[in-house]
Write a protein that binds this ligand. Structure first.
Ligand code: CUA
Length: 160
């Protein structure tokens, strides 16, 4: 190996080793993981995905409920091409947990300006919690292409 080749090789190998250590460190000591499915909805035989979702709790009763003082849960459905419920109202400072699934295809679930950013897959449950401290109207967008009217798919989180 020529000199520069050797330098390049060890520099690259060193970077890989550093990144691997960093990955191990955040996984083990900081408990940071890739988001995984929070649950599954498996259709019974002869049942399609939509029927399975609509008959499985809590998705048979979508909506927003207060689960503890200052804590809310929004059980939501994503479908071509809207979210249900399409308007959520919570007081400022409240912590909101989104529990979402899709009844048809893959959708996105993204609120700009927050860290709420998920994929919503049919058959899987996606969960994210966020505290809305500032009052205002937050737009919830689908950011996975899901068909002809993908660009119209949105909902609103109104923080009063
Ligand atoms: Cu739903 Cu794009």
């Amino acid at each position: 190996m020529v000199r520069y080749e050797r330098i390049f090789f060890w520099f690259s190998a060193g970077m890989l080793a550093i990144f691997l250590c960093a990955l191990g460190y955040v996984t083990v000591f900081m408990n940071i993981h890739l988001p995984g499915p929070a649950g599954r909805i498996i259709p019974k035989s002869g049942q399609n995905c939509a029927a399975a979702v609509l008959t499985t709790a809590p998705f048979n009763r979508p909506g927003v409920r207060e689960i503890a003082p200052g804590k809310y849960e929004a059980v939501m459905l994503a479908q071509q091409w809207n979210f249900y419920p399409f308007k959520i109202q919570i007081p400022a400072g409240a912590e909101l947990t989104f529990r979402v699934t899709s009844v048809d295809v893959i959708h996105g679930f993204f609120i700009p300006g927050t860290r709420v950013n998920m994929m919503v897959l049919p058959g899987y449950v996606s969960v994210e919690t966020y505290r809305f401290t500032r009052p205002g109207s937050y737009r919830l967008l689908c950011h996975e292409y899901c068909g002809l009217y993908h660009h119209t798919m949105s909902a609103e989180v109104a923080v009063k």
